[in-house]
Design a protein around this ligand. Structure first.
Ligand SMILES: Cc1cc2nc3c(=O)[nH]c(=O)nc-3n(C[C@H](O)[C@H](O)[C@H](O)COP(=O)(O)O)c2cc1C
Ligand code: SF4
Length: 467
């Protein structure tokens, strides 16, 4: 199935007509007003840190580059990426996944927050504009731990569908004592993040990593599984610990607000669900079939977050490992993915609608949405509409700012978009790290076009095409 590429929808009317034809609800503004709603400051209130205000409605989403040093330290590639985000004009920067311990890294080049790296993080933090809010995502990669070349998965529970592909078995499951120890590791990393000057830390609960997987640990015995109180205990213990020990550090949450069952390449390499017996209890925010969304538990978790004094939540969905079309809608799949089983705009609309449902129900929380990059040249019109309707407070930008970091500044200043820089969702920034290379926008960013690893990436893609 071929879908219409967004770049070929040359007018707003054509885009609207296409969206209508897909039978999805995607708010689209007629125009982006200069000094309009996207330029309005937005404040969130944190129980410890008080009121924090971002100067506009654009946020940069966390995006790691698989380009730290082998001991978790900051390199020139990291400095370049963060420097471009600092100059982007976005009011808030949600900085990339940073492991709380070495063996919790998702790849051997993931950053680690430690005594050895904290000063370099502080130097990076100082590079941002005075009025930008900057937070750091703290993570343990759980099932997707790969601190050395080979995966060393550590899981929340035995998973009938994910254990095989991720190389996990019964011995991978973390014990309660190990999870207690990890709570302490998150607290130590939060102390260091505060020392480095970050405004908030995010206790990552998305994309199939440990904090997310625990949310679906229905069958896990003991205190960290079972009912929603048990499944959220790890998260709550970390947040409460930070509250206790760091009275002026804000805490935020990035959450996969819904999930689906894993997809796999089917006929013609088009993605299809791995199973179709109609029952899948492992998707947090799912409807039990593995194919639908039900935000009942997500709403309860948002209430818990508000009770913990959290005022900032970034919504995302699914996982880039087992449902990439849900998590980062793309026209061209990454090397370990599959051809899109739906028009990628359906994936965008799914995240937009679920975020809107939460935003309207929990007005005490400032929500940052994700998954907008596939909108390409029409991203500003959708951003204007969703923020204008209070469907979301801030529009998070992921892949788009790898290719076009100045998009927020251009939109806010009312300048024409630089169309040659628009992310066209080629997925090279995902395919490269899957092959052990650094991530970056190899097709569009002139720096990565010239990078020596572009040649290796081209060879990897050629090899994949011949399979
Ligand atoms: C290269 C790359 C690295 C990413 N790294 C992270 C990360 O460190 N933490 C995280 O929560 N999400 C990460 N993501 C997901 C993005 O934050 C975002 O949710 C996703 O790209 C969808 O938003 P978009 O459509 O604007 O790209 C990454 C995505 C990409 C493409
Ligand atoms: S490689 Fe560049 S164009 Fe492709 S998805 Fe990533 S940011 Fe977008």
């Amino acid at each position: 199935m071929r879908y219409t590429q967004v770049k070929n929808l040359k007018t707003l009317d054509a885009f609207r007509e296409h969206v209508d034809g897909l039978d999805i609800a995607l708010p689209i503004a007629d125009r982006v007003e200069p000094n309009g709603v996207l330029s309005t400051p937005i404040s969130f209130v944190d129980a410890s840190a008080g009121t924090l205000t971002a100067p506009n409605r654009f946020a940069i989403l966390p995006m790691e580059g698989w380009d730290g040093s082998l001991d978790g330290g900051i390199t020139d590639l990291v400095r370049r990426r963060w420097g471009r985000f600092a100059a982007s004009g976005a009011g808030l920067v949600w900085a990339e996944a940073t492991a709380v311990r070495h063996d919790g890294r998702a790849n051997p080049n993931q950053l680690v927050m430690s005594d050895a790296t904290v000063d370099d993080f502080a130097a990076l933090r100082r590079g941002f504009a005075e009025d930008q809010i900057v937070g750091l995502q703290l993570t343990h990669s759980g099932r997707y731990c790969r601190p050395v070349a080979a995966p060393i998965p550590r899981t929340a529970y035995e998973h009938p569908r994910l254990d095989g592909p991720s190389g996990a078995d019964a011995s991978s499951v973390l014990s309660d004592d190990e999870l207690d120890g990890l709570v302490g590791d998150f607290l130590t990393a939060a102390h260091l993040a505060r020392q480095a000057g970050f405004d908030f830390v995010d206790v990552k609960a998305c994309h199939g990593y440990l904090g997310h997987e625990l949310l679906s640990a229905h069958d896990r015995p003991g205190k960290y599984g079972g009912d929603l109180m048990g499944r959220t205990l790890f998260l709550r213990n970390i947040v409460e610990g930070i509250r206790r020990e760091l009275p002026d550090l804000a805490v935020a949450l990035r959450l996969s607000i819904f999930d689906l069952m894993p997809f796999t390449p089917g006929e013609g390499h088009v993605g299809r669900p791995v199973d179709s017996d109609g029952s899948y209890p492992y998707a947090f925010g799912g409807d039990g079939t593995g194919l639908g969304v039900d935000l009942t538990e997500t709403h309860t978790l948002m209430q818990m977050a508000a009770d913990l004094g959290i005022g900032l939540v970034c919504t995302t969905a699914g996982s880039p490992y087992y449902v990439p079309h849900v998590q980062r809608p793309a026209f061209f799949p990454p090397s370990d993915g599959y051809k899109p089983p739906e028009d990628p705009l359906v994936g965008v609309a799914r995240q937009v609608a679920a975020t809107a449902e939460l935003a309207h129900a929990h007005p005490e929380i400032v929500f940052v949405g994700s998954g907008y990059s596939y909108l390409q040249q029409w991203l500003p019109e959708v951003a204007e509409a969703v923020v204008g309707a209070d469907d979301v407070a801030m529009v998070g930008l992921g892949r788009m700012v790898l290719s076009y970091p100045d998009m927020p500044a251009d939109v806010l200043a009312g300048r024409e978009l630089q169309t040659r820089l628009l992310c066209r969702t080629f997925s090279d920034c995902t395919t490269a790290p899957r092959a052990g290379l650094v991530s970056g926008c190899f097709p569009i960013d002139p720096f990565y076009k010239e990078h020596p690893q572009r040649v290796e990436l081209a060879a990897v893609k050629r090899e994949l095409r011949t399979r």
